[in-house]
Design a protein around this ligand. Structure first.
Ligand code: ZN
Length: 443
C-alpha cells in the first residue's frame, strides 16, 4: 500500500458531488426502510448485513443476560406476524402492511378479547388520524398495537381477535463497528442508532450517511482514526462503552448523528463539557458553511450522547442533526417515511460532515521555526502565492499563523482570533510548513 498516492480529506471534499452522494444515501434509506428493526433481533442483523455491502463493518454480538454497566442485555425479540381481526375473520390491522403497527418488544398473544381491553392496548394520534405512531416497550412486559386513529373510531364490535406471533428469548444484542485507521491512534467516534423500524429521518438518514462516510474515509490518507458505531439506542451504546472503557481514552472527537434527511437547518448539540475542541470545531464549521443552523447546550435527554456524555465518561461527543427529535410532527410516526427525507438534504448533510472531518484532520498546533521578527515571505514566494479575491485573506492568514504558532495555539484558535475560515488558515500553515517555517508540535 502506498500512502503517498492516497487522497487527503481536503482533496476529496473538492471533488465529491453532494447531489450524487445524496442519491446514494437515499437509495440506502429506501433499501433499509422495510426492515423491522428493534434493539435486538433479526432486523438489526439484516440491516447490518446490508450495510456490509457498503463498508465491511464487523457485526459484534453480546449475549442476552450479559451485564453492561448498570444494565443487562435483554432477551432477543423477533416477530413473525401480527394482526387484529373481527370475529368473522376480517383483518383490520396487519403487521405485514407496516411494521410500526406493533409496539416494539410486545409479548406474544393470541386470543379473543373484549373491545375495552383491546382499546387499552391501542396507540393512535387523534391529531393526525391517518398516521401510525411508533411505540416501544422494551422493558414493559406488555403488548400493543399502533394504529391510525381513524381506525380506532370504527371499532364498535364487542370483541376482536388479536395475534402477535413474537418470541422473547435468550439471544444476543448486535451492533456494527468499523474502524478506519489513520496515522495515529487518536480517534474520532461517529455513532448512530439502528434500532428504529420503518422510520426514515430517525434514523435511516444517519445510518446511510455514516456508512457512506466510512467508505469514503477508508480510502483516504488520514491523521486521525475514525470509529463508526451502528448501535441500538441506549443499550447498544452502553454495551459498547462497557466493553471499551480503555479505548475511550483515545477519543479526541465524537459525533452522534441522527435526523439528517429532512428539510430543516442543521442543529448541533454541544457535549456535556460544552466547549471541547469538538464543540468549537463543529460550531466554527457551521458558522462558515453558509447554511441555516442552530447550536444548543447539552441536556441529558436525546440520543446516545446521553451515554457518551455520562459523567463517568464525559467524552467530547456532540450531536449533529437537522430537525430535532420531538420537534417535527412526523417524528416517531409513519409520516417519517420516504417522502419526508430527500436526497438533497442527505447530500447537504454529507457535505457538512466532510467539512467537519476536514476540520478534525487539520486542527493542529505548530511552532514558528523563525520566531524572531517576521520571516521574509516575499523572498520565499509566499506573498502572492495565492491569487484571486481570497489573496488578502491568505496573506493575512500567513501572518496570523506565524505570529500565533508558539505551540500554544491551535489552527482553530488562530482561525477564530483572525476571523478566518479554518481551511484558509490550514492552507497557510501548509505553505509555511513546506517552506520550513513551521513544524507541528503534536501528532
Ligand atoms: Zn427515535
Amino acid at each position: 500500500m502506498s500512502i503517498a498516492t492516497e487522497r487527503t480529506i481536503s482533496e476529496t471534499r473538492s471533488v465529491v458531488r453532494p447531489d450524487v452522494v445524496g442519491e446514494q444515501a437515499y437509495g440506502i434509506v429506501r433499501d433499509l426502510y422495510p426492515i423491522c428493526r428493534s434493539i435486538t433481533g433479526a432486523g438489526v442483523r439484516e440491516s447490518l448485513r446490508q450495510l456490509q455491502g457498503i463498508v465491511p463493518l464487523t457485526i459484534q454480538q453480546v449475549a442476552s443476560g450479559t451485564p453492561v454497566l448498570d444494565w443487562h442485555i435483554p432477551d432477543e425479540w423477533n416477530i413473525a406476524e401480527a394482526w387484529i381481526q373481527t370475529t368473522d375473520g376480517t383483518r383490520l390491522v396487519d403487521f405485514r402492511n407496516h411494521n410500526l403497527h406493533v409496539v416494539g418488544y410486545s409479548q406474544p398473544i393470541r386470543k379473543r378479547i373484549p373491545r375495552d381491553e383491546l382499546l387499552r392496548h391501542l396507540h393512535s394520534l387523534p391529531e393526525h388520524p391517518d398516521w401510525i405512531p411508533y411505540r416501544t416497550g422494551y422493558y414493559a412486559h406488555s403488548w400493543g398495537f399502533c394504529v391510525p386513529h381513524a381506525l380506532v373510531e370504527q371499532l364498535t364490535a364487542p370483541e376482536y381477535d388479536v395475534c402477535i406471533d413474537a418470541t422473547l428469548a435468550p439471544g444476543q444484542l448486535n451492533y456494527g463497528e468499523y474502524l478506519v485507521r489513520g496515522r495515529t491512534d487518536n480517534e474520532v467516534l461517529i455513532s448512530c442508532h439502528v434500532c428504529h423500524p420503518s422510520l426514515c429521518n430517525d434514523n435511516l438518514s444517519a445510518i446511510a450517511l455514516a456508512a457512506l462516510l466510512a467508505r469514503e474515509l477508508s480510502a483516504l490518507d488520514l491523521r486521525l482514526s475514525y470509529r463508526f458505531l451502528f448501535v441500538p439506542g441506549t443499550i447498544g451504546a452502553i454495551a459498547w462503552l462497557a466493553q471499551n472503557e480503555s479505548a475511550v481514552r483515545r477519543l479526541r472527537h465524537g459525533l452522534v448523528l441522527t435526523c439528517l434527511g429532512d428539510a430543516g437547518g442543521f442543529t448541533y448539540k454541544r457535549s456535556r463539557r460544552g466547549a471541547t475542541t469538538t464543540d468549537r470545531l463543529v460550531e466554527h464549521v457551521l458558522a462558515h458553511a453558509g447554511e441555516p443552523f442552530s447550536v444548543r447546550d447539552f441536556t441529558p435527554y436525546g440520543y446516545d450522547e446521553r451515554q457518551y456524555c455520562s459523567p463517568g465518561f464525559d467524552l467530547p461527543v456532540g450531536r449533529l442533526s437537522r430537525s430535532c427529535h420531538g420537534e417535527f410532527p412526523e417524528y416517531h410516526t409513519s409520516a417519517d417515511n420516504l417522502d419526508f427525507v430527500t436526497a438533497d438534504a442527505l447530500g447537504g448533510a454529507y457535505a457538512l460532515l466532510l467539512q467537519i472531518v476536514e476540520a478534525f484532520e487539520s486542527n493542529r498546533s505548530y511552532y514558528n521555526l523563525l520566531p524572531k521578527g517576521e520571516p521574509q515571505l516575499g523572498r520565499r514566494g509566499l506573498f502572492g502565492a495565492v491569487g484571486g479575491t481570497d489573496r488578502a485573506a491568505h496573506e493575512l492568514a500567513l501572518l496570523w499563523v506565524l505570529n500565533q504558532s508558539d505551540g500554544q495555539h491551535s489552527l482553530l484558535d488562530i482561525a477564530v482570533r483572525a476571523d478566518l475560515p479554518l481551511p484558509v488558515v490550514t492552507a497557510a500553515a501548509r505553505l509555511l510548513e513546506q517552506q520550513l517555517l513551521l513544524a507541528p508540535c503534536d501528532c
